[in-house]
Ligand binder design. Structure first.
Ligand code: AMP
Length: 133
């Protein structure tokens, strides 16, 4: 079954398209966290960033940077949040790689992240070992 983003790419359902090339498209999110909330979506379907080739990811982030610039210039955004939900456990609803770009203002009151937590004794070093590349 096609993802909603494949149907958008194929023109089967409408979208507000901001950009398109051979690798990705950028559209406005239909349920924005802030007005202008944009999705940069790969044309090929990769369920998460783990399956996507490095060059696709690099290209998509180059488009994200341009969108960040447009948001700052045209929407007078003071910043942006840029993120990817990878797999349902992270909140991913559409299993087709996409990068969220959300314009931010110091007074907008939005919050996407829970409060910070503490490590137990020695735990930070353990995580450091496990995640060391
Ligand atoms: P995620 O939870 O990271 O998978 O995000 C999926 C995003 O796709 C959500 O922010 C939705 O609002 C957005 N979305 C779903 N359907 C559409 C659509 N037809 N057009 C634009 N955005 C959509």
């Amino acid at each position: 079954m096609s993802t909603v983003f494949e149907m958008i790419i194929e023109g089967k359902i409408p979208s507000t398209k901001l950009y398109e090339d051979d690798v990705c498209i950028a559209i406005l999110d239909i349920a924005p966290k802030a007005k202008g909330h944009t999705l940069v979506i790969s044309k090929k379907v990769y369920p998460t960033i783990s399956e996507a080739p490095d060059e696709v990811i690099a290209h998509m982030f180059s488009i994200v940077r341009k969108i960040d610039g447009k948001m700052r210039k045209e929407l007078k955004a003071e910043g942006t949040n840029v993120f990817i939900n990878n797999s349902p456990a992270s909140g991913q609803e559409v299993p087709h790689l996409h990068i969220h770009v959300i314009p931010r203002y110091s007074s907008d009151g939005l919050s996407f992240f829970p409060p910070s937590m503490d490590y137990g004794d020695g735990e930070m070093a353990e995580y450091g070992k496990k995640l060391c590349l």
